[in-house]
Ligand binder design. Structure first.
Ligand SMILES: [Fe+2]
Ligand SMILES: [Fe+2]
Length: 472
């Protein structure tokens, strides 16, 4: 591709003095055409020429950081924003606690830091690839617009991470930035780094559960990185969280609207499938799938890497300020482990349990959302309930990974492989469930139209009504 790329303050809204940083400008100018061709190849298919009512980040002010207007996705102004530096800021945890934050990469932690940034960065383009076909089966224009909003913001998050790689990591940073455009979600030879980001997203039900559970892993990872002693990473991820909130809104309210629609049909005494709804047991299976895949993203329960990330001051805990002890040189974490095939309680050094500590925060937040969905069921007179499966259920990472030859049912009870195979179709989407949900996916984008399987939202975007022409 020979498109000449111009990188200017005008084209790339930023607060990093881009126009006066020639080295960064040059690196981004080389990367930009590759980024745009990646976006054309594996970004939202079929809608690149449409006008979409999108939010663009234009500053870091709490009020007025976002601007809404019609824009074609390839013309989206991918910005680079960091929250402003704080005078006299010090490292808030780990072995370097109390020392001034780093504004350059600390040499001893260079590889670790690069790995942390690349792993986070890789998830951003991966999700765009996973969601690329969904525009064709949008349940409403409102939903289609939200999908594209999420997609362009994940694109911007990639920019944010690439900015860090190119500004602070020299040649290997530039190579990593290129490699981020070369890996592909689900590809046999060049897959994305993390499991859930190689999982196909073929339906909007997957999309809603993905933005609910998998983007929410992102929220907790970003919070942990926003505590980082490497200040450019802390300031970048802090700003990404403002956008991430919308992604989780899309997921949480998306699932809630599906639940509401199903409950309405049940309340009317009609058959859910005959009315084109998603039966509650099927919803439960999709919930089980995406929650368990997303839990794996937090990594092993006992992890020396997690301990190193914390000790070095590169990755903290969710809202580190809520804790009293930020060094954690002593102290244990009580967790359930497998010993000789039996589940036993054991104390492990807290630093090595940092993945599990973050997963605790995550599970709690997920439970809050499930409680909300259950209130929706209640409101429509239904006594059935959705439940979060146990964290040992269907794991592919960590102590309870099925790869270790252990299986657990949704309640967390240990079962043998035969029982797992026998129960699987009742716990996770079966081929028949997937075929049924796929059969519901039809483009429903007339003004004010909504698909049969989801209730309309209670309000539109940026004060606009649901019927608004979000994509034209
Ligand atoms: Fe993101
Ligand atoms: Fe996101």
């Amino acid at each position: 591709m020979t498109t000449s790329a111009v990188v200017s303050d005008d084209k790339i809204p930023n607060n990093v003095h881009l126009s006066s940083d020639k080295r960064l400008q040059r690196a981004l100018e080389q990367w930009l055409p590759n980024y745009l061709s990646w976006w054309q190849d594996v970004g939202p298919e079929g809608f690149q020429a449409r006008d979409v009512y999108l939010r663009t980040a234009i500053s870091v002010e709490t009020d007025g950081w976002a601007h809404f207007d019609y824009v074609k996705m390839p013309d989206y102004r991918w910005g680079i924003f960091l929250v402003p530096p704080e005078e006299g800021k010090t490292i808030g945890f780990g072995d370097h606690m109390g020392q001034p934050v780093w504004n350059e990469v600390p040499g001893e932690y260079r590889n670790m830091l690069r790995r942390i940034i690349v792993t986070q960065a890789d998830t951003e383009p991966a999700s765009v690839e996973q969601q690329r076909l969904l525009g064709k089966t949008a349940p409403s224009l409102y939903d289609m617009r939200n999908l594209f909003q999420v997609n362009v913001e994940e694109g911007r998050h990639l920019w944010a991470m690439v900015y860090l790689l190119q500004s602070y990591f020299g040649k290997d940073g530039r190579e990593e930035a290129e490699a981020l455009l070369e890996r592909r979600s689900g590809d046999q030879d060049k897959p994305r780094i993390l499991g859930a980001f190689n999982q196909p997203i073929t339906t909007w039900l997957d999309f809603f559960f993905f933005t609910m559970f998998t983007d929410r892993d992102g929220k907790f990872q970003l919070y942990a990185l926003s505590e980082s002693g490497f200040d450019p990473l802390a300031r970048t991820t802090r700003f990404m969280l403002t956008e991430e909130a919308h992604h989780m809104f899309v997921g949480e309210t998306g699932v809630d609207r599906v639940v509401a629609r199903t409950a309405q049909i049940m309340q009317s005494g009609k058959d859910v499938e005959a009315e084109g709804g998603v039966p509650l047991p099927v919803l439960q299976k999709y919930l089980n799938l995406w929650f368990s895949l997303s839990e794996d993203l937090f990594g092993g329960e006992i992890s020396s890497n997690a301990a190193d990330f914390f000790a070095s001051g590169l990755k903290g805990r969710y809202k580190e300020a809520q804790y009293d002890d930020h060094k954690v040189l002593s102290g244990d974490y009580r967790m359930t482990v497998l010993e000789g095939g039996a589940l036993v309680e054991k104390d492990v050094p807290l630093r090595t349990a940092m993945n599990e500590v973050l997963r605790d925060n995550y599970v709690e937040d997920c439970q809050r959302a499930v409680d909300k969905w259950n209130r929706t069921l209640d409101k429509h007179g239904q006594s059935e309930r959705l439940v979060l499966p146990h964290r040992r259920f269907h794991r592919q990472q960590g102590l309870f990974s099925m790869g270790n030859g252990v299986w657990f049912d949704p309640a967390g009870r240990r079962i043998d492989e035969a029982a797992w195979l026998a129960g699987k179709a009742a716990w996770l989407p079966s081929a028949a469930d997937v075929a049924y949900v796929e059969s519901l996916m039809k483009s429903t984008i007339g003004p004010g139209q909504i698909a049969s399987w989801v209730a309309p939202p209670t309000r539109g975007i940026n004060g606009q009504p649901f019927e608004f022409q979000y994509v034209r």
